[in-house]
Design a protein around this ligand. Structure first.
Ligand SMILES: NC(=O)C1=CN([C@@H]2O[C@H](COP(=O)(O)OP(=O)(O)OC[C@H]3O[C@@H](n4cnc5c(N)ncnc54)[C@H](OP(=O)(O)O)[C@@H]3O)[C@@H](O)[C@H]2O)C=CC1
Ligand SMILES: O=C1O[C@H](COP(=O)(O)O)[C@@H](O)[C@H](O)[C@H]1O
Length: 590
């Protein structure tokens, strides 16, 4: 059955970008560009917007033949709104032909591994299920393990699931998807093996243009070998070649800079898609919408009204199975320096000029560069120890055989960070991240200041803090946004209580929320870079954490032990108390 994109959900999330200043077809890597998801919006947009949609569409159509590209380019240069209007249907037709004229080959390097099985193949299937993959696409698994195509398909099929709201034809769809999956076994440092892959990819690239996406789902020590071999022996000869790089992006400023330098020996920055999957989470993406499209929030978004901001990550399981990796990095590098810091940057950045990837990333870099590097007195580290509960014995971190004996690696950390700019001067941004805690969840909590001269302060008793407003963005699980307000309890008396204005996603939206990897894979295929980390962002992030990480290691700071399944070390409460903050209770809406 021929596939079409027609059912792929239109993405109102991709708002029109600013017109590009450079020529749309310049540069070494083709930008297959924005999706037909954008094109589906064209007819709803104003004439004014159409002018930059042309730029957008031109970029999108970089896989057109040169003649049609030139024709489209000329139309753009003419500034030609009238032309655009009259030629809209021709343009759409040309673009749809162009899409048929390109194959996208997706190679998952490290296909035998955990992430590939758990996240990448299921995300690709979900995109296929939603008709979001191009008509001509092929998926190749690449790793050292010996496997046939059939064995890969069996491996992959075990983790595929169908969308809960659309179960029809699920098995057919799975079969169809699996038929497009192939496997090539090879070494990560063998150009010859990548040349063989190249030949196999070519056999499946039926369209005129071949675009290639490599997903590096492998340990970081082999990133460069793979990039070197893939770029020399298996990059596209007439379309784009992009590489998704998984974290960790180094261990500190130096190693991260070295990684970037080495990647750039073989790739241009715009071919590198550094993934932080938290940026693909629905509520993280919604942060900007909440802030910049609701008048009620943005005016309050500063030191004037916000007392503190909390970014809390908690997992109710340990490092099971990933101790080897984790012990080399620890929770500060694994969660704080990337996932939580990225959320912080989006939360606190100034209004970008537009929703264009570069404009957003410019603002993120600015705010990161306004932050104070973390200091030892503003951090508490912990490590889980064994604990028996209900007759079940839970292991200590150091019981993991892949973890070094006597390891001091933190599995928990709490930190106070500060942004030294006019908007946020003096506001503590508190981060807390831990494994093997009592619950699983990620939340952003915004505690507002007291109401000055509050007429009702008598009604709150002595604990004024309980009467301040709090905005909670529950990133996961059970996505929700709620605002804690004070309210009069109905009746003849004047008693107040705390109530929540509540947006509960499961109740409000029937559609299942896509996994972060789906969104990010689709963006990478479409050349949308907004949710990927630029190298200067990464540098700025490491500057904040590197001195502290070095000090922790040099001074061999011992983590405070906490029982598996507990709420973490008490030191985290002392740290918060130092800044007059009480941690929000994750998952609790009271
Ligand atoms: N798993 C997860 O939940 C997450 C993982 N990541 C990152 O994604 C990447 C992949 O993670 P994950 O799938 O867990 O990793 P794995 O440890 O499962 O490794 C993936 C594959 O790489 C090959 N490999 C493993 N170790 C080595 C080695 N020392 N030298 C050469 N090849 C090796 C193996 O394939 P073969 O032997 O067949 O060649 C393995 O199947 C990593 O960078 C990780 O940090 C990021 C976020 C979450
Ligand atoms: O990047 C990582 O993220 C996972 C948590 O991701 P989530 O989407 O399940 O919240 C974490 O378990 C892992 O240690 C870390 O490397």
């Amino acid at each position: 059955m021929a596939l079409s994109y027609s059912n792929c959900p239109s993405i109102s999330r991709l708002a029109p970008a600013r017109p590009k200043l450079q020529a749309p077809f310049s540069g070494p890597s083709y930008s297959y560009g924005q999706s037909r998801r954008d094109f589906s919006q064209i007819s709803h947009r104003s004439t004014r917007n159409k002018s930059f949609n042309v730029g957008y569409m031109l970029e999108a159509s970089s896989d057109l033949t040169s003649t049609s590209r030139e024709t489209l380019s000329k139309k753009h240069e003419n500034g030609g709104l009238p032309t655009v209007r009259s030629d809209e249907s021709k343009l759409s037709a040309a673009i749809s032909i162009s899409r048929e004229a390109a194959t996208v080959s997706i190679t998952v390097v490290g296909a035998s591994g955990d992430l590939a099985r758990k996240k990448i193949f299921p995300a690709l299937f979900a995109l296929f299920y939603e008709d979001c993959l191009p008509e001509h696409f092929t998926i190749f698994g690449y790793a050292r393990s010996k496997m046939t195509d059939a064995e890969l398909r069996t491996l992959v099929s075990k983790t595929l699931t169908c969308r809960i709201d659309k179960r029809e034809n699920c098995n057919d769809k799975m079969e169809e998807f699996l038929k497009r999956c192939f496997y090539h076994s090879g070494q990560y440092d063998s150009e010859e093996n990548f040349s063989d892959l190249d030949k196999k990819l070519k056999e499946h690239e039926v369209a005129k243009i071949s675009n290639r996406l490599f997903y590096l789902s492998i340990p970081p020590n082999i990133f460069i070998d793979v990039v070197k071999c893939a770029s020399r022996s298996a990059s596209s000869s007439n379309g784009w070649t992009r590489v998704i790089v998984e974290k960790p992006f180094g261990r500190d400023s130096e190693s991260s800079a070295a990684l970037t330098r080495n990647l750039k020996q073989y790739l241009d920055e715009d071919q590198i898609f550094r993934i932080d999957h938290y940026l693909g989470k629905e509520l993280v993406e919604n942060l900007s919408v909440l802030r910049f499209s609701n008048l009620v929030f943005e005016p309050l978004w500063s030191r004037q009204y916000i007392r503190n901001v909390q970014l809390i990550f908690s997992e109710d399981f340990g490092t099971e199975g990933r101790g080897g990796y984790f012990d080399h990095y620890g929770v500060i590098r694994d969660i704080m320096q990337n996932h939580l810091l990225q959320i912080l940057a989006l939360f606190s950045m100034e209004t970008p000029v537009s929703l264009d990837a570069e404009d957003i990333r410019n603002e993120k870099v600015k705010v990161l560069r306004s932050m104070r590097p973390l200091q030892l007195e503003n951090i508490v580290v912990g490590q889980y120890k064994s604990h028996t509960k209900g007759g079940v014995a839970y292991p200590a971190y150091v019981d993991d055989k892949t973890v070094a004996k006597g390891s001091l690696t933190p599995t928990f950390a709490a930190a106070a960070l500060f942004i030294d700019n006019a908007r946020w001067d003096g506001v503590p941004f508190l981060m807390k991240a831990g494994k093997a805690l009592h619950t699983r969840g990620t939340e952003i909590r915004v505690q507002f200041r007291h109401v000055p001269g509050n007429l009702y302060k008598r009604n709150f008793g002595t604990d004024l803090d309980r009467s301040t407003n709090e905005l909670v963005i529950r990133v996961q699980p059970d996505e929700a946004i709620y605002l804690k307000i004070n309210n009069k309890i109905p009746g003849l008396g004047m008693r107040l209580d705390r109530s929540n204005l509540h947006l509960h996603y499961a109740a409000r939206y029937s559609k299942e929320i896509p996994d972060a990897y789906e969104r990010l894979l689709l963006d990478a295929i479409e050349g949308e870079r907004r949710l990927f980390i630029r190298s200067d962002e990464l540098d700025a992030a490491w500057v904040l954490f590197t001195p502290l990480l070095r000090e922790l290691e040099d001074k061999k700071i011992a983590p405070e032990l906490y029982p598996y399944g507990s709420r973490g070390p008490v030191g985290a409460h002392y740290l918060a108390a130092k800044y007059n903050v009480r941690w929000g209770d994750l998952g609790s809406e009271h």
